[in-house]
Every structure is written in C-alpha cells, then in structure tokens.
Design a protein around this ligand. Structure first.
Ligand code: NAD
Length: 438
C-alpha cells in the first residue's frame, strides 16, 4: 500500500513510522520546515521512546520518506491520512478544525486516482462528512472515499500502543474503503488485534467518549482522594481495593494533581461543546472539567501551606513538568498552572525534567532549569514532585533532605510514602489523599 501521512506530530509520525514498518510505502508530509529538516537529517523532532531506531530502520529500507510537498505525496497514494492538530478553538472550547479542513482542500486538489482519505485526528461527529463535502466541492471529478480512524496511542508508549492496540476503530461508508483499511492494518489483523468497523459517526464518537470516560475516571479518584484527606482514609489503598474489582479495573485510578496533556483537556472541552450544540448537555463531562481545574488549583494551595502560607522569596525545586513521564509534551500539563502560580507569588523555582526543557523554556518563564535533582534541592525551601519520571522514583531522600534549607516535600504523584519521608529527615510531607504530616 502507498500511504501519505499529513502531519508529523506525535500521532502522524508514530503512525507513519509504524505503517512503514508493516511494509507499506509511506511519505510523511509536514508544513513545518524546521521539523522536516530534522526528519530529513534522521533526527526525531519529538521525544518518544524507540521512535528514533524504528524510523532509522524504515528510512534505510527505503519505505519511509519525508516531504513538504503534499501534492507529490498524495498523487498515487492508496490512502491519505490526515493527522494534523485539532486544538481547542480560542474562546469557545470547540475543536479547531482549521488544519483538518485546510488539509482536506489541499488533498482534494492533489488527488489523481481513487484514494481513501482517512481522518486520524480527533474530530467532532460529522467532520468526516464535512471532509467529504470539502473534497467534492474542491475537486468534483475525483474518485475517493472517506474513513474515520481515530488513534488511541499514548505518548510515552506510542509504538507499543500502535503495534499492539486494544482495538482499531475504522468508520467507513463503502466496502471499497473498508478493503483498503483492512489491507493497511492487515499485519495487526492477522495477529488477532481486533479491528472494529463502524459507520463514520460512531467512530468519531468512540474517540471522544473513550477520552471523556478516562478523564472522568481520573477525576473521580482525585475527588475521592480529596475526601480521603479529610476522613483519614488512604487513597492508594482505596484505589487498589476498587481496581481489584474486574468491573472497575485498576487503570487510570491513580490520584494526582489533575489530568493534563494534549488530549483529555481539549477532548473533554470539545465533547461538552458538541453536547451543547445538539441540545444534549454533557453534564458529567462538564463537571469533570470543572473538578479537574479545581484539583490543579488545590495543588497550588498544598504547596503554599507546605511553605507556611507563603512562597515569597523561597526556593522551590520542582521535579517534572511534562504532563506525564516519557514524553516531552507540555500541552496543558498541570505544571503550567502550578509553576506560574508559585513564580507569581515570588518563589524562586528550579525545575528538573529529563525532557521538558525544550518546550518548557518558553512556557515557564522566570524559572531556572537544573540538570540534577540533588543540585536543585540544595538549599531549597521545598521540593515538589509533579511528574513521576523513573529518575525521581528512587531518590536518596536522606541526601535530598540533608541539603535543603527546609526539608519539606509535596509529592503530588504519591511516589513515596510518609514513613520513608519522615525517616529520611523531611520535617513535612504532603501527598494526595493520604495521611501526611508536618
Ligand atoms: P501535533 O500538533 O503534534 O502535530 C500536528 C502536525 O501537523 C504538526 O507537525 C503540523 O506542522 C502539521 N500540519 C498541520 N497542518 C498541516 C498541513 N496542512 N499539511 C502538513 N502538515 C500539517 O499533533 P498530535 O499530537 O500528533 O495530534 C494530532 C491529532 O491526533 C489531534 O487531533 C489529536 O487530538 C489526535 N491524537 C493525539 C494523541 C496524542 O497523544 N498526541 C493521541 C490520539 C489522538
């Protein structure tokens, strides 16, 4: 199969690389000249474990190329994937479809023979129909079908998620499009990964419903954690006890500083807007969005309280700013609420993050970037753990505490336990939904 992949972000690049690894001939297209220059030089512009090796392997095999020329990539392709961004539209919370529609128009003008135009971007119900209309209007004679193929990969584990998916969802309107999609995913289909074929609208809805459900699950345990703090229960035990129930499951039940990232905040917001548009308010999702914002703000209060009510003039070492470990993605990370609040109240913030500096430098003005945790903690008045990178999971807590001016810690990912913190010399330790001290 010949595939054109439009957009080489977290989804487009991973999908393009993995499709080429299946044996397909893939051209990845992007508009960003800086990204293209990197890709053509063999560099991966994002941090995603394993992507560099898989990309190099398939480039060397001649199956994977990068181009800025959409028309050349689309001409002769069996399938053209749209994997451009669908960020939150400024002002109203809707998914911004500008990039998707612009790509559809460009694709329409470039299509030569029959091809399936597949939307991989997360898009509101009805968008694939709009893509089809746009293509028809721009190029009335062209022979094509549209397909909806939402992506479920997680940053940080993207290759494994793509290669070993729980399911592949394909929304189509014709048998011909279904056959092309089946041929593309054949290597996974043969290994018994389920391919679910639906209509376009259901495929579009599955993606939003899945993300809103996961955001709800996280927010639910965060709210329970808040109650645990008042009642003396321990949220780690509560979530373990809940998760052992097969009907509930133990995933996405870890209390933390609130969800962030490139998907949950924008997709919950878009789902809420879709509901309003259709006169069916998504009341649960709307509440989840509100509770999540409150959760992030509560984290700021926790740090203020830990510092005796004020952070003015105090040095705070922040461990981790990406929205989760194993990614450099900072989009809507809780750190973007918490760190500016500390800086705004006069704290001197030192940040350590294995991959966060490239994006974070522009997003977190007024902080000092430090390479090493022990260096960051030296003379500090508080340590705040915001992202559970492996590097932060096995610190020599005694050494961290010994070098601090005031040995206090806010562990907003519950990676340590209060007894260990006390034994290491921390005079105060706060976490999420547990009995803290200090
Ligand atoms: P991204 O912002 O990282 O990448 C988008 C890329 O598209 C950019 O490199 C941009 O330059 C390029 N682009 C935009 N318009 C273009 C055009 N007309 N021609 C060529 N290139 C163009 O976005 P992402 O995180 O990869 O997300 C893409 C979509 O996938 C979104 O709809 C997102 O919701 C969805 N999604 C993302 C994830 C994730 O974990 N990031 C997971 C599942 C689904």
């Amino acid at each position: 199969m010949k595939i054109a992949m439009i957009g080489t972000g977290y989804v487009g690049l991973v999908s393009g690389v993995c499709f080429s690894d299946f044996g397909h001939e893939v051209i990845c297209v992007d508009k960003d000249p800086a990204k293209l220059a990197k890709l053509n030089a063999g560099d991966v512009p994002i941090y995603e474990p394993g992507l560099d090796d898989l990309m190099a392997k398939n480039v060397a095999a001649g199956r994977l190329t990068f181009s800025g020329n959409l028309a050349e990539a689309v001409a002769g392709a069996d399938a053209v994937f749209i994997a451009v961004g669908t960020p939150t539209r400024r002002g109203d919370g809707h998914a911004d479809l500008t990039y998707v529609m612009a790509a559809a128009t460009e694709i329409a003008q470039a299509l030569t023979d029959y091809a399936v135009v597949v939307t991989k971007s997360t898009v509101p119900v009805g968008t694939n129909a709009r893509v089809a209309e746009t293509i028809r209007a721009a190029n009335p004679d062209v022979d094509f079908d549209v397909a909806s193929n939402p992506e479920f990969l997680r940053e940080g584990a993207a290759i494994d998620d793509f290669m070993r998916p729980d399911r592949i969802v394909v929304g189509v309107e014709s048998d011909r499009a279904a056959e092309v999609m089946q041929a593309i995913y054949r290597p996974l289909y043969l290994r018994d990964f389920p391919v679910m074929t639906t209509d376009l609208e259901s495929a579009e809805m599955i993606k939003y419903a899945a993300n809103a459900f996961l955001a709800t699950k996280i927010t639910f345990i965060n709210e329970i954690a808040n109650l645990c703090e008042r009642t003396g229960a321990d949220v780690k035990m509560v979530s373990k006890g809940m998760g052992m129930d097969g009907r509930i499951g133990n995933k996405f039940l870890h209390a933390g500083p609130g969800y962030g990232g490139s998907c949950f905040p924008k997709d919950t917001s878009a789902l809420a807007r879709i509901g309003q548009e259709y006169g069916v308010p998504m009341q649960l999702t709307e509440t989840v969005i509100k509770v999540n914002e409150e959760t992030k703000r509560r984290m700021v209060d926790k740090v203020f309280d830990l510092c005796g009510g004020s952070v003015n003039g105090k040095t705070v070492a922040v461990l981790g700013v990406t929205f989760k470990p194993n990614t450099d993605d900072m989009r809507d990370a809780p750190s973007l609420t918490i760190v500016p609040a500390l800086v705004g109240k006069g704290a001197k913030v030192r940040v350590v993050d294995p991959q966060g500096a490239r994006e974070g430098e522009a997003l977190l003005p007024g902080v000092t970037w430090v390479e090493d945790v022990y260096e960051a903690a030296k003379g500090a008045d508080a340590v705040v753990i915001l992202t559970e990178w492996n590097e932060f999971r096995a610190l020599d807590l005694g050494r961290v505490a010994a070098d601090m001016a005031t040995p206090v810690m806010a562990d907003l990912r519950n990676i340590y336990n209060p007894d260990d913190a006390r034994a290491a010399g921390f005079t105060a330790y706060v976490s999420i939904g547990r009995k803290d001290y200090g």
